[in-house]
Design a protein around this ligand. Structure first.
Ligand SMILES: [Zn+2]
Length: 275
């Protein structure tokens, strides 16, 4: 499943390629869908609108749409990639991948395509006059400040690892980045979130942002099948310090990395570097 850095990378890539473009024609496959908005309503809403900007909110990609490229957005197309979803910018003559569910023809001649073999992805069309803009359930880990970050965990008895994965607290942190950031912050994943000191929490916030930014700079690090906005595979594998390195030696102190189950998830840490 794409994690936050992958989604950020895709959103940036799509933004660079389609910002200012106009959607001239919309096609949806006739396969039964579990979209949040019906294909017919999406088609009607998308056709004719300009793409003002594309950005990430939580683990969603949000296309801000308007009557013209320079206007205030009046609608949004919200994409969640699910397990296997891909958002591609192609030329119209590019061969259509199996499991292509949506094709948006743009005035520039390009196409924006949504491909999803396992169909856990979600597409939603929102008119901003009728509803508020799309919001993630939790705070954004990349932009949250130290005070708000500390407040999220105040008085919480659950393990810090579980708290990091709780999407109502922070949006978009998956298993890889939870384990890696706890390692960089030197914090044991099983410690009660509410028991961390203000200094530890600040170390964790900074570690989280550093690890995420680093992954974004490398173009994401998903271990699963992954394709960028152009349809090109080849994201770098992040040099993980603990994640899925059970039994291998800690890069810092040479102690074997341990794996435990926490909140039902495999959790990797160094018993010596993390306290
Ligand atoms: Zn270590």
């Amino acid at each position: 499943m794409p994690e936050l850095p992958e989604v950020e990378t895709i959103a940036r890539g799509v933004h660079e390629r389609v910002r200012g473009d106009r959607i001239v024609q919309v096609w949806f496959s006739s396969a039964p869908q579990t979209f949040k908005t019906s294909a017919s309503r999406q088609s009607k809403g998308l056709a004719g609108r300009a793409i003002v900007a594309v950005h990430r909110i939580g683990k969603h990609i949000v296309c801000e749409l308007g009557s013209a490229a320079a206007t205030e957005p009046d609608a949004q197309w919200v994409i969640h990639l699910g397990m296997t979803g891909r958002l591609l910018v192609t030329t119209p003559d590019a061969s259509v991948a199996p499991h292509t569910h949506a094709r948006l023809s743009l005035a520039s001649g390009r196409e924006l395509r949504f491909v999803d073999p396992r169909r856990f992805g979600r597409l939603e069309f929102r008119t901003l006059s009728k509803s508020d803009g799309f919001r993630a359930s939790g705070a954004d880990p990349l932009s949250i400040g130290s005070k708000d970050f500390a407040a999220l965990f105040h008085g919480r008895k659950l393990a810090i690892k579980a708290a990091l994965l709780n999407q109502t607290l922070l949006s978009g942190i998956g298993n890889i980045y939870a384990d890696e950031s706890l390692f960089h912050a030197g914090i044991r994943p099983g410690r009660a979130a509410g028991r961390l000191t203000r200094t530890e929490l600040e170390r964790l916030r900074q570690a989280l942002q550093t690890v995420l930014e680093h992954a974004i700079s490398l173009g994401g690090s998903s271990v699963s099948d992954y394709v960028d906005a152009n349809g090109v595979r080849g994201f770098f594998q992040l040099e993980h310090c603990v994640y899925q390195r059970t039994g291998e030696l800690c890069r810092r102190c040479q102690t074997p990395i341990r794996r435990i189950l926490l909140a039902g998830r495999g959790t990797h840490f160094c018993i010596r570097c993390q306290r």
